[in-house]
Design a protein around this ligand. Sequence first.
Ligand code: PMP
Length: 423
Amino acid sequence: RTALLPVALRNDFPILSEEVGDHQPLAFLDNAASTQRPRQVIDALSGVYERTYANVHRGIHTLSELSTEQYETARHRVQRLINARQLHEVIFTSGTTASINTVARSWGDANLRAGDEVLLSVMEHHSNLVPWQQTAERTGAVLRHIPLTDDGRLDMEAFERLLTDRTKLVAVTAVSNTLGTINPVAEIIAKAHAAGALVLIDAAQSVPHLAVDVQALDVDFLAFSGHKMLGPSGVGVLYGKEALLDAMPPFLGGGSMINEVKLSSFTPAALPAKFEAGTPPIVPAIGMSAAIDYLQSVGLDAIHRHESELTRYAYDALSQIEGLRILGPAPEHRAGLVSFAFDRIHAHEFAQVLNDQFGVAVRAGHHCTQPLHAHLGIAASTRASFYLYNTLEEVDRLIEGVLAVQRMFAPQGRQRKRRKPDE
Ligand code: PMP
């Protein structure tokens, strides 16, 4: 198992040795929802508050200069991480949701007309569905959805059929937060461009785990969140091509996003300030910058190999369990997560027992993908999602816990008595 990262890396994450409930250490397998932070990020955050904090871009005083410099350095780090051509193509937002809403409001309202089509997919997170539903309501644009293959991948033949001269934008996720599917975004972008459509990629589950190069992809818009990549919550990124962002009207109005304001009018600031109204997420962005440094010091390729190893191991073990349905494709098409469902056992029962008896934190529910769950014919699923600090031992505990739940709730064990895991 040479692909696994050293277990010692866990020592960088103080929370992983906390006693949570009665369990120490907790197996934290809910990384697709949000990740934990290494000491390096925590120190960067407290360092700002202890030594350099002030509002950015405003005061002509030393602290303001220091925090502005750190905030702008964070923008450089993001630029380098995703290989953006221009620094001002990196906009700090409050997260993926805010980034997508910015495009849906600003670009969508300015460019979509009745009858124009936006192509989404059945596996999208609500944050890449609802903003487009709202835009469609305002503009009369029509939403279409790429269907899925039986094994939970995008049906690329259907995609090509749905792509027409009416399609103005294709907005899809790079990695499904429920199925784990890694989508062929390079192919999607090339085909969409050939059809004259722009492409927005929801990279909330890909930038934290896979190397992403916006220039190589030629993607038009890309959205992701700091809290899913070892950074703080409250910060995310919207990447957009300069010409597109330049042509878009500002979304939120207020301080910082203006060049000049009169009582009845304003002129917008240049990029990136045009899309950063108000006091930005100063400290979260600086924390995200430290998280990027950490991720790059470990290496995104090494992180991906580590997660693939854990995922294959979990997938193989879960596939042996009778009555368990794994959602999504075979390991070679998936990123570091596995969701599953049992016919007769609710996902919340799994999450509860896994948490209470095994110290394993997983997500249960629809994971903000209700239409996908409806398509799969289930109301909810249980999801284990991995990151660089997870271990095979934690996957073993997950499997042990799943088997115990199955014994508790399966027909032959109907007494519904909670047994100790080793009984
Ligand atoms: N898209 C995907 C694929 C996600 O997994 C998530 C977070 N679960 C989001 C969008 C939304 O991200 P945030 O809540 O950070 O805005």
